[in-house]
Ligand binder design. Structure first.
Ligand code: ADP
Ligand code: ASP
Ligand code: MG
Length: 439
């Protein structure tokens, strides 16, 4: 089976849905298509939820009305057959009735997740109706019946595998399946999601669950570029990345991939391809076991990082000190991204401030603590990068003027990470583009 995931911009216009219908019908193998919400919808739903939580609920009503208007216009463009158009309007009415009802009930975390799920539910139903109009045989599979989280709110691959098998078995002989990205159920059977950008994760999880031959991520750019094309002028697509390289780039901020979407495909050794819906013949990027080449491949940046410096003059002699520190982070389920140590201090970075005050309070019991917010991790990624000739030299020459606050080197064979104040991010990425990539 082939898994094909299309992101928001790939389905965001009626003509794009037409393009997608052409791309998904040319495979010889059975195909399972994962769709995101139409571009802008999840952002709009987040805004609706935020407005519902505020005292001025009228703003929510206005935003719901504006979004509905957009869907009504989309239907007129997408669907020409009267009966199918009527079905689409009826379906959209149901979803917007739900959104309108939310104004009358108090917003809970579970209701918030229900609201966020509307985007993928509507996009897949609209696309399915379009396929019906075009007489393209397919089955629409409800992701909420098989995308399962465990008690730690992590995807439960074993459960997904069993459940999707059952769901697919209900459609013998079918060769084309459509399902929703991003949405899932948690261990309390509530509607939940895989966090922003999560449709990539859905695709990789399904690929692993059905042992697909390939997982294709179709988006609006021709693959993973060497640098962030949103802030750097001249960037180039990378032909091949290893799973480890791609996972680091995704985790450290390359927005083209959800931060943790590589592991399921990696576990089953399924190649992931990054392809461009707007330019389907471009080679794109293939992500597989082999890195293909040695040396620096790309740089990515992750914002909203908090640096915590933990100082203790007694640390040198106190074995067990690091354990005590790590236990605090473990207690508050807060992962550490970067870490450096000296004789008297340990510096770590985290990307969540949810439990920051509790963490600091507990650390204060064992050491002196300093906190620095608004930091960015810049990660330079490449196979055997640590062994690459003069890479550190070139890097630090290139960013000579940037005040680097932490450096992590040697932790893995394919990553050098720097911590910098966020205000220097764009400049740093531009300087690295010149100094390391000669672009
Ligand atoms: P989709 O809606 O298809 O999931 P995303 O917006 O999530 O698409 O991801 C694609 C975007 O990621 C690109 O348009 C590009 O601006 C951005 N991006 C950031 N860093 C990179 C990178 N290193 N390579 C390619 N794209 C990147
Ligand atoms: N629609 C969701 C989002 O915008 C998931 C995705 O597009 O991957 O975050
Ligand atoms: Mg995305």
């Amino acid at each position: 089976m082939v898994i094909m995931k299309f992101g928001g911009t790939s389905v965001g216009k009626p003509e794009r849905m037409h393009q997608v219908s052409q791309l998904i019908t040319r495979n010889t193998e059975p195909t399972l298509v994962v769709l995101s919400a139409l571009s802008g919808t999840t952002n709009a739903l987040v805004e609706i939820s935020t407005a519902l939580a505020s005292p001025n609920k009228q703003i929510a009503a206005e935003k719901i009305a504006a979004l509905e208007k957009q869907y009504r216009a989309f239907i007129i463009d997408l669907l020409k057959e009267e009966t199918i158009r009527a079905k689409a309007n009826e379906m959209i009415t149901e979803h917007f009735e739900f959104l309108k009802i939310t104004q009358k009930i108090s917003l809970s975390d579970a209701l918030n997740k229900d609201i966020l799920a509307q985007g993928e539910l509507m996009s897949t139903k609209l696309f399915s109706l379009y396929l019906e109009q075009e007489k393209i045989d397919h089955a629409l599979l409800p992701a909420l019946e098989f995308m399962q989280l465990d008690v730690n709110d992590e995807p439960d691959l074993t459960a997904i595998q069993e459940k999707i098998k059952g769901v697919l078995a209900q459609h013998p002989g079918k060769r084309l399946f459509i399902t929703q990205g991003y949405i899932c159920r948690n261990s309390r059977a509530e509607v939940d999601n895989l966090k922003r950008g999560g449709s990539d994760y859905t695709a990789s999880l399904i690929a692993a669950a059905v042992k697909a031959s390939v997982c294709e991520i179709w988006t609006d750019i021709d693959g993973m570029h060497n640098n962030d094309p949103r802030v750097v002028d001249k960037t180039v697509a990378i032909e091949q990345l290893s799973f480890d390289e791609a996972a680091e780039l995704a985790y450290f901020g390359a927005k083209i991939l959800h931060p943790t979407c590589i592991w399921p495909a990696q576990q089953e050794n399924i190649p992931v391809k990054l392809l461009n819906t707007m330019q389907p013949t471009a080679v794109g990027t293939v992500i597989k076991k082999e890195a293909g080449s040695v040396g620096v491949k790309a740089v990515a940046a992750k914002d909203n990082i908090i640096a915590i410096k933990i100082k203790s003059s007694r640390m040198l002699l106190a074995y067990g000190f690091l354990r005590k520190i790590f236990e605090v982070f473990e207690k508050y389920k807060t992962p550490i991204d970067m870490i450096t140590t000296s004789e008297v201090a340990v510096s770590v970075t985290i990307d969540s401030d949810i439990h920051l005050s509790e963490i600091i309070a507990e650390l204060n019991n064992i050491a002196l603590v300093e906190v620095e917010k608004n930091q960015t991790i810049v990660s330079i990624v490449g196979n055997e990068i640590a062994k690459t000739d003069a890479v550190l030299n070139k890097l630090f020459q290139a960013i000579n003027e940037v005040p680097v606050t932490m450096v992590s080197y040697g932790g893995s064979h394919h990553n050098i990470s720097l911590l910098i104040p966020s205000e220097h991010k764009i400049k740093t990425l531009q300087l690295i583009n010149k100094g390391l990539f000669n672009l």
